[in-house]
Design a protein around this ligand. Structure first.
Ligand code: DAH
Length: 445
């Protein structure tokens, strides 16, 4: 068990079903682009390790399974780290050809304005049955192409430079034909491009009276890039050019046939995708800090309406930042992986929103237990709650003689709802420092 009570207490919040909440509105906007898909919005977040990892083909040593990245309730039970945890069960229920699952997901991670240990994802999937095709005297590929023709057309610029199938980088599965996968990939890509067009058209019309969005006149540009997920092949990510950068919006691919076979539907083939709802809501509404989604302040909540057109969020105030540093020595042990040459990710930020491996510091702080930056993040959350905006590694140093390693983290204390006094920040910082000693066994400098 490594799940703090502050995380458990987020479970009943159900932000993605609160009326007029920006996550609800974002979810409904996406759902509206998938007519006929069955929606699931109430699936409970406690799942088995089997559901979250094994059923999806995660290897036994995958970093995502580690206690530094995932909240365990006991050795066989976790808080789901992604909505894909429900794929196998939903395929098994076989209630509809397409489905959408929206839910809260939980990950131990860095602290900054776009990462919070609880966030929301939407999973989607669409499958077709080879026997249906046969009954209609068609190939499965023909059946799928008929459905591709029903997706609304768009005129945005899409870059898709890679072949659908690449023998090494993005292989075809043994039981699939290239014709089938070309058709399913086309349906996947066209469906998701349609979602992106809907979102960005809505974002374009979102403007406060005085200052329309800077990107209002920029034509929308999207691109497909090759990806890897244990539960799809071939796989892709969709990226959108937004405010000068390529932004990863979703992961997707052709569902591993073993998942469908194990779910008792071996004749079905199809695609799946997963996306982060906060990331999309943040750009739709120009919401600057992920903590705001958890706000119960009417100055936040009153700005969103499911029936009115989407308007940019107007920050109600910018309270002052308060930076405080903490430096400490890690306790070195003979098993320490660190020392000169081992580098901690300088930004201290691991990639979230994907099941990929996170950057980690692995010098031992406690004998027999590796130091991990996510432990520092969790202590900051536990002590400071919503009042911590950002925690980043600003310095690291290895003593040339002893080989001992020292880290310096900078904490930004800032409430979204009020001005913190310096005394209050000092008090929090002192508690944070003490907990680092008590829980991680570090030596303060
Ligand atoms: N579960 C993945 C994540 O959290 C996202 C994802 C990728 C879902 C590809 C999918 C998929 O269904 O096909 O990063």
């Amino acid at each position: 068990m490594n799940t703090p009570s502050s995380i458990i207490s987020a479970i009943p919040r159900h932000l993605h079903t609160q009326p007029d909440h920006p996550l609800t509105i974002t979810r409904q906007l996406i759902e509206s682009r998938f007519p006929g898909y069955k929606t699931h919005n109430e699936l409970f977040p406690v799942v088995s390790v089997h559901q979250n990892f094994d059923s999806l083909g995660f290897p036994p040593d995958h970093i995502g399974r580690s206690r530094t990245d995932t909240y365990y309730l006991n050795k066989d039970t976790v808080l789901r780290t992604h909505t894909s945890a429900h794929q196998a069960d939903t395929f098994r229920a076989n209630e509809s050809e397409g489905y959408l699952i929206s839910a809260d997901v939980y990950r131990r991670d860095a602290i900054d304005r776009s990462h919070y240990p609880v966030f929301h994802q939407m999973e989607g999937a669409r499958t077709w049955d080879r026997r249906t095709a046969e009954k209609e005297g068609k190939t499965l590929a023909q059946l799928v192409w008929d459905d591709v023709a029903k997706i609304p057309k768009h005129n945005i610029e899409v870059a898709d430079p890679n072949p659908t199938i690449h023998p090494e980088r993005n292989p075809l599965q043994a039981t699939h034909s290239a014709e089938e996968v070309e058709a399913i990939a086309a349906h996947l890509k066209r469906s998701l491009e349609d979602v992106v067009v809907a979102i960005f058209n809505a974002a374009k019309t979102a403007s406060d009276a005085g200052s329309p969005s800077a990107d209002a006149d920029e034509p929308l540009k999207v691109r497909w890039v090759e990806a890897y997920f244990p539960f799809t092949s071939p796989s892709w990510e969709l990226e959108v050019f937004w405010q000068g950068d390529w932004l990863e919006v979703l992961g997707s691919g052709i569902v591993q046939q073993s998942i469908l076979s194990n779910a008792g539907v071996p004749d079905r083939l199809g695609w799946a995708f997963g996306l982060g709802l906060e990331r999309i809501a943040m750009l739709l509404y120009s919401i600057p800090d992920i903590r705001l989604f958890w706000s119960t302040d009417t100055r936040f909540l009153s700005q969103f309406s499911a029936v009115a057109p989407i308007k940019r969020f107007v920050p109600f105030s910018k309270y002052p930042a308060c930076f405080k540093d903490v430096s400490f020595w890690l306790r070195t042990t003979s098993s320490a992986a660190g020392g000169a040459g081992h580098r901690v990710s300088p930004s201290g930020i691991s990639a979230s929103g994907s099941a990929s491996a996170s950057a980690s510091a692995t010098v031992s702080a406690i004998p027999g237990q590796a130091f991990h930056e996510n432990d520092v993040m969790e202590i900051a959350r536990e002590v400071c709650g919503e009042v911590v905006e950002d925690v980043r590694l600003v310095d690291e140093f290895v003593h040339p003689k002893t080989g001992r390693k020292s880290l310096c983290y900078r904490v930004n204390y800032r409430s979204l709802e009020r001005t913190l006094t310096n005394e209050e920040a000092n008090e929090l910082h002192e508690r944070f420092r003490q907990q680092l000693v008590d829980k991680l066994g570090v030596e303060l400098r």
